[in-house]
Design a binder for this molecule. Structure first.
Ligand code: HEM
Length: 525
């Protein structure tokens, strides 16, 4: 810009057309600079679209010249348009291509082999987009979701030590306790009604249990929001993590505006989120400090205790990771659980069969029963398949790489779309849109039904809700353990019926059910 200004001054002096005032000169400099940039951008867009190395890869129609499908991909519910494109034609090399803003190319892996390459074999050839990382760093702190390469590899090991199956198995008792608190809460809502029923805002309640559980595993502290305690924590948590229209706008600005502008955006929502972040970090700090004595007693392993044990503890760095755990587990687990309850309410046959399976076990159910019941596991996985919490996530190559034998240059955007993969007819068959838990139950053995780990698809990666490989969800075992307990207890205690029309998913990163999703619960026990 400074160079351009100097050039304009020299040129106007040379041509003898110097403006009368410095304000006019400034206007000329800025105006001509904008025109030049628009021309360069137009040229770049034309070049990218004309000579894209991916033009031979199938995909939707190219879309408008200037912005391609940029608006389609961020349209709510996230991932829906890509799903339509995925089912509209065949993708022989496991790749789809479309244009976005200013002719930028996006590739979408569609086959299990291409997905495995991007997510596992060559996972560290990719990073998350800079706008996403700036956004999460400002409001959550620098945790595992914004860490890359060696830093990510290192911290992931710390997470795995806490979130592995063995450690989560030790936490089954507290998970069952939290699930019973949810059941008790709904009993409380039904109690005054002569019909023993209540219309329950499920998304709001399931989010609270998720927050309590993530607090337990992250900090070793139960916020007890399901019991209406710590309202300031719940409020800050919602302000920070729940999706909303103004947060979407802010996120879009972080992605589209230049880096230096991102931190200066004076939007009210940004200030609200800064304040919420301050409150939540403060609550975490207080919780950590007040439990120093508990740690010395050697209690069950939580994230903070693990860091202390390993000599890795640094308070501010730990709080950033804890914020990530609280955020990553909140909308995803709470939202998915709400979708499961909605699916059961709208599929009374599956609900009745599940109730029968749960009641076939002695009461209270043994902790190991939750893993063993095939239909319970199937119901949870099938709803999680249909409603993946993260529907669309972007990556960018940081070095030249390859997908399905095709060279992919550095700087290429690769879109991962769990919604498209989970809804792909070529992977799941013609009934892909149906809620059919039976696809996860293998009845071929005379020993009795058991869980089919891939749901009848050809590979585990076809169910992409938890991702796969190097950046897969570390909280998978915890989320499944919690959701199974809640679903089993709820269908044992209540009949679930739908209320209102078809709910629409929305959200910032996680695709959640609407905040006002209601289900009618009627006591049957
Ligand atoms: C149904 C519930 C859940 C779903 C569907 C889900 C899904 C996902 C997905 C798709 C990712 C990859 C995101 C990306 O790479 O951009 C992810 C990452 C992550 N999840 Fe989950 N998640 C769930 C629950 C949880 C819970 C309960 C926790 C923790 C308490 C958790 C912690 C994390 C963390 C820390 C990461 C980052 C992993 C990394 O970058 O290496 N998630 N999750």
């Amino acid at each position: 810009m400074a160079l351009w200004a100097a050039g304009v001054r020299v040129l106007t002096r040379h041509l003898g057309i110097q403006p009368e005032s410095s304000a006019v000169l400034l206007g000329e400099i800025i105006g001509s600079w904008l025109v030049l940039n628009a021309l360069l951008l137009g040229l770049k867009t034309w070049y990218r679209r004309r000579y894209s190395p991916f033009r031979d890869i199938p995909g939707p129609e190219p879309g408008p010249w200037l912005y391609g499908h940029a608006f389609d991909i961020f349209d709510e519910p996230l991932g829906r348009r890509i799903t339509d494109w995925g089912n509209a034609q065949a993708y022989p090399h496991g790749l789809m291509h479309f244009f976005g803003l200013f002719g930028v190319s996006y590739l979408v892996p569609t086959s299990p082999a291409a997905l495995a390459e991007v997510l596992s074999t060559r996972a560290y050839d990719y990073v998350k987009p800079a706008g996403f990382k700036r956004f999460t760093r400002r409001f959550w702190g620098h945790g595992i979701v914004s860490q890359e390469q060696e830093e990510h590899r290192l911290h992931r090991k710390t997470y795995q030590a806490v979130f592995n199956q063995g450690n989560i198995a030790q936490a089954r008792g507290p998970l069952s306790t939290k699930s019973r608190q949810l059941v008790d809460r709904i009993h409380g809502l039904c109690a005054p009604s002569p019909s023993h029923s209540a219309i329950v805002p499920v998304t709001q309640l399931t989010a609270r249990v998720s927050l309590d559980v993530t607090g337990l595993i992250a900090l070793g502290v139960d916020f007890e929001t399901i019991l209406d305690r710590n309202p300031q924590v719940l409020e800050a948590h919602e302000a920070l993590f729940a999706g909303s229209r103004d947060k979407r706008t802010l996120f879009a600005l972080y992605n589209a505006a230049p880096r230096w502008l991102g931190g200066l955006i004076p939007l009210r929502v940004a200030r609200r989120m800064d304040e919420a972040s301050r409150v939540l970090r403060g609550a975490c700090r207080q919780a950590i400090r007040s439990r120093a004595a508990v740690k010395a007693n050697g209690q069950r392993l939580d994230f903070v205790a693990h860091l202390v044990q390993q000599g890795l503890y640094d308070e501010e760095a730990a709080i950033s990771q804890i914020m990530v755990i609280l955020g990553a587990g909140y909308e995803s687990t709470g939202g998915t659980l709400a979708w499961i309850l909605y699916c059961l309410a709208t599929h009374p046959d599956s609900q009745a069969a599940l109730r029968q399976e749960v009641r076939s076990r002695s009461r209270p159910m043994d902790e190991s029963d939750y893993e063993a019941l095939p239909l319970l596991n199937a119901v949870v996985l099938e709803a999680t398949r249909l409603y993946p919490a993260f529907s669309f996530l972007l990556r960018k190559t940081i070095r030249a790489t390859a997908i399905s034998g095709r060279a992919i240059p550095r700087g290429t955007y690769v879109a991962l779309c769990p919604h498209m993969v989970n809804h792909a007819r070529h992977l799941w068959g013609p009934d892909v849109e149906a809620f059919r838990p039976e696809r996860w139950v293998d009845r071929s053995s005379p020993a009795g039904p058991k869980l089919d780990a891939t749901g009848g698809a050809s590979a585990a990666v076809c169910m992409l809700s938890f991702f796969s490989g190097a950046r897969s969800c570390v909280g998978r075992a915890l989320a499944l353990a919690l959701m199974k307990r809640q679903v089993a207890l709820l269908v044992d205690h209540f009949q679930l019926d739908p209320v209102g029309g078809t709910p629409q998913a929305s959200g910032l990163f996680a695709t959640s059910p609407p905040a006002d999703l209601h289900v009618r619960f009627t006591q049957v026990r």
